[in-house]
Design a protein around this ligand. Structure first.
Ligand SMILES: NC(=O)c1ccc[n+]([C@@H]2O[C@H](COP(=O)([O-])OP(=O)(O)OC[C@H]3O[C@@H](n4cnc5c(N)ncnc54)[C@H](O)[C@@H]3O)[C@@H](O)[C@H]2O)c1
Length: 270
């Protein structure tokens, strides 16, 4: 491993590793010299992008561990297995999260009829789960010389979704981008500040990285409407996200804590 790489030899833990963005963060960390413990819910299938990263790196650099972040026992047991098999992490990326995109097939409701249980479930993963992983892995980092925690937020932590991006989808009631998503992510931004102030003296920095919409399998109408609203004129791509993550994870940001780094092409500047 080249010692000049920003994360040479460091161990990073990434939750929600097997989905769309997990492999982007993981590849950025691996290419920056880190080893990675990749955590995801028991039974989750690896996405194509994760399989592609897996093919590039063997077990000495990248290992997977089962962990549902809403289950405390899962998190403590994942911590113990990671330490036993890979060592004490210096970096934690709290990426696991749930959303309800238009193609998710979940039932639709008007805002007045939306079941409170739907709201609760999203907060339970995105906010309470992130709290729990931060507590358990962060305590390890405070006891072993510090590190960097990067919580993945969203542009919807700062602004309400523009429902007009979705009004071309057929259906009654119309698709609604749900309120719990942004509310839970706004909670993550503020909770990151809390831990930043709590653990600064123990050498643990805590920041939020808030991506804008990331290019995937979205339909053409959505992509056009969304991109028109972005000062940089497009959705984010993998390469846009890796640099900011490595910056926050490494000593390049040694005097940055309690910060929200928005990687949204300027969406929230308007
Ligand atoms: N994709 C985007 O455009 C976008 C934009 C802004 C923010 N984000 C945020 O980035 C993160 C990753 O998003 P994504 O697009 O990769 O989503 P995704 O659905 O593709 O992947 C999420 C991963 O989290 C895992 N997960 C869900 N619940 C879990 C739990 N209880 N315990 C452990 N793992 C769990 C899933 O199994 C999945 O592998 C999320 O926090 C999301 O809110 C995504």
């Amino acid at each position: 491993m080249t010692a000049s790489l920003p994360l040479a030899g460091e161990l990073a833990v990434v939750t929600g590793a097997l989905g769309r963005l997990g492999p982007i963060w993981i590849e950025g960390l691996l290419d920056a010299g880190a080893r990675v413990a990749a955590l995801d819910r028991p039974g989750s299938a690896a996405s194509g992008p994760f399989a592609a990263v897996r093919a590039r790196f063997d077990d000495s650099r990248l290992k997977t561990f089962e962990c549902d972040i809403t289950q405390r026992h899962d998190v403590t047991s994942a911590r113990d297995r990671v330490v036993a098999e890979m060592g004490v992490p210096k970096v934690l990326v709290n990426n696991a999260g749930v959303d309800q995109p238009p193609d998710s097939g979940t039932s639709r409701f008007t805002i007045e009829d939306m079941p409170v249980e739907m709201f609760r479930r999203m907060v339970d993963v995105n906010l309470v789960g992130t709290f729990q992983v931060t507590q358990i892995f962060g305590a390890l980092m405070t006891a072993h010389g510090g590190g960097s925690i990067v919580n993945i937020g969203s542009l919807y932590a700062s602004v309400s979704p523009d429902q007009r991006f979705y009004n071309h989808f057929p259906g009654d009631p119309p698709f609604l981008k749900v309120p719990a998503y942004g509310a839970s992510k706004a909670g993550v931004v503020n909770m990151s500040r809390y831990f930043a102030t709590m653990w600064g003296r123990q050498g643990v920095r805590v920041n939020t990285l808030s991506p804008g919409g990331v290019l995937g399998a979205q339909d053409a109408d959505f992509k056009r409407k969304y991109s028109e609203r972005v000062p940089l004129g497009r959705l984010a791509e993998a390469a846009d996200l890796k640099g900011p993550l490595v910056f926050l994870a490494s000593n390049a940001s040694s005097y940055v804590t309690g910060h929200e780094l928005r990687v949204d092409g300027g969406f929230t500047a308007w």
